[in-house]
Design a protein around this ligand. Structure first.
Ligand code: NAD
Length: 476
């Protein structure tokens, strides 16, 4: 069915699509076969895109907010109209099960809709002066041009969550998508042009060499903002590089979320939500549950019901309607998952579901009695493995959650309102889901503290990341 589907495979630079003799393969993790060869951009294309971005920024920042909002609104409508090909493209290039991929397209479109609306609400301010002949004005101006780097795990939503607010604020944007998933990004760019987006405002440069491609953007003084979503080690490196030209920086980095299930929780709901929080996108989500802590009196009942649900998840071809669990993205991902399971078992955990691999498919797995110190508790697994351990009281649960290195998302389940507030406030995380396993939504601030990064995406906070403040002092 994909043979008949047309999708862009070239780079989008300046005025249009650029076919390059250098290409790299996009490999389907489900079949191991190359889907297509994509244009492989290098420093020459980067230098050209950079000049185009600088030129496009000038015109786009002078377009009215209503014009920018109009383009974003039309882009949103086209993304929704192309839900099916976009979902299939994601299933093909990075193995996301089709029904989840459709949900991601709607989620991705939601950011474009939200920022189409917000584009018109970038208000300035006037402040009272202590002098009668002075006026104090504050304006918000676009910070850019912007250079953005996205990961493969949400190939559509991680793009729109950055590009839509940046464009709404009047910036041009050069995107470097992940090597594993450039096709979804290119398809989104085609829809942007169809929506009447001016050439040069949004450019997409696929590459097999992210470091070399990024260098000109990081080194150039005129690129005023870097936005990155990906792993903490790469984020740290880029933070250092961007510091040399003092760029504004947003970093959405690794997670590894704790889940605290208290004995007073609605257990059925806690089980259902924690299955979603763990197994969405085959566990390859930055807000995925990584450590499930259950209060001792309900631990056995929770684990039994949890394992039951996990065993019912359907593993299979991501392009099939019924599939819940597709393949992992590549061999390195599979090896990490296997390593975490073996380490936990060697330290005394017991396996109650899954545990076996076939190709890049890893069966949804539940481990009980996982011992503190196990790798799976210290590192982001990024795969379909749920480790369950117990705790004795609230203080211990919060302390164990806050001892983890990342601070992106945490979850807690309780029916006690006082406890819900107390624990949510005590957790040292950027996002807390209370009786909710999927808190991400376009209007809310998404982002982490500690080793999970800097800045927020979504809502008005996501727009502020792309705005500079100008103060005008006016003497009458
Ligand atoms: P990664 O850091 O390996 O790659 C992310 C992106 O960075 C890719 O586009 C890659 O090409 C690029 N990159 C890699 N090395 C680079 C370099 N030296 N210079 C410039 N660019 C470089 O991460 P990944 O494995 O693709 O993604 C998974 C990670 O992303 C996980 O840790 C996950 O938690 C995190 N993530 C975070 C969020 C969030 O919002 N906090 C969202 C999704 C994923």
């Amino acid at each position: 069915m994909f043979q008949s589907l047309e999708f862009p495979k070239e780079a989008l630079i300046g005025k249009g699509w650029r076919s390059l003799p250098r290409r790299f393969p996009v490999v389907s993790p489900a079949t191991g076969e190359a889907v297509v060869e994509v244009a492989d951009c290098g420093s020459e294309e980067a230098a050209e895109a950079l000049e185009e971005a600088v030129a496009a920024q000038r015109a786009w920042s002078q377009a009215t907010a209503y014009e920018r909002a109009g383009v974003l609104r039309r882009w949103h409508d086209l993304i929704l109209a192309h839900e099916e090909p976009l979902a299939r493209l994601m299933a093909l290039e990075m193995g996301k099960p089709l029904k989840e991929a459709r949900g991601e397209v709607r989620y991705a479109a939601g950011f474009v809709e939200w920022y189409a609306e917000e584009a018109k609400r970038v208000y300035g301010e006037t402040l009272p002066s202590q002098f009668p002949h002075k006026r104090i004005l504050v304006r918000y101006e676009p910070v850019g041009p912007v250079y953005g780097i996205t990961p493969w795990n949400f190939p559509a939503a991680m793009v729109t969550r950055k590009v839509a607010p940046a464009l709404a604020a009047g910036n041009s944007f050069v995107l470097k998508p992940a090597e594993e998933s450039p096709l979804t990004a290119l398809y989104l760019a085609r829809l942007f042009l169809e929506a009447g987006g001016p050439p040069g405002v949004f450019q997409v440069l696929p590459t097999s060499d992210p470091e070399a491609l990024s260098r000109p953007f990081l080194e150039d003084e005129r690129v005023r903002k870097l936005t990155f979503t990906g792993s903490t080690p790469v984020g740290l490196k880029l933070y250092g590089e961007a510091a040399k030209t003092l760029k504004r920086v947003s970093l959405e980095l690794g997670g590894g979320a704790p889940v605290l299930v208290f004995a007073d929780a609605d257990l059925e709901r806690a089980v259902a939500e924690t299955v979603r929080a763990k197994f969405r996108n085959v566990g390859q989500s930055c807000v995925a549950a990584n450590l499930i802590l259950v209060e001792e009196p309900v631990a056995e009942a929770f684990a039994e019901a949890y394992a039951e649900r996990v065993k019912a998840l359907k593993v299979g071809d991501p392009l099939l309607e019924e599939t819940d669990i597709g393949p992992l993205v590549n061999r390195a991902a599979l090896e990490k998952v296997e390593g975490h399971v073996q380490d936990a078992l060697a330290r005394g955990a017991s396996l109650v579901a899954g545990g076996e691999a076939k190709g890049l498919y890893f069966a949804p797995t539940v481990l009980l009695d996982v011992r503190p110190g196990s790798r799976i508790f210290r590192e982001e697994t990024f795969g379909p493995v749920a480790p369950i351990a117990t705790f004795q009281n609230e203080e211990e649960a919060v302390a164990r959650a806050n001892a983890l290195p990342s601070g992106l998302a945490a979850y807690l389940f309780t029916r006690n309102l006082s406890r819900a507030f107390r624990v949510a406030e005590a957790l040292d995380y950027g996002i807390v889901g209370v009786n909710d396993g999927v808190p991400s939504t376009p209007q809310a601030p998404f982002g982490g503290v500690r080793r999970s990064g800097l800045g927020r995406e979504g809502g008005r906070w996501g727009l502020e990341e792309y705005l500079e403040v100008k103060y005008i002092s006016l003497g009458l």
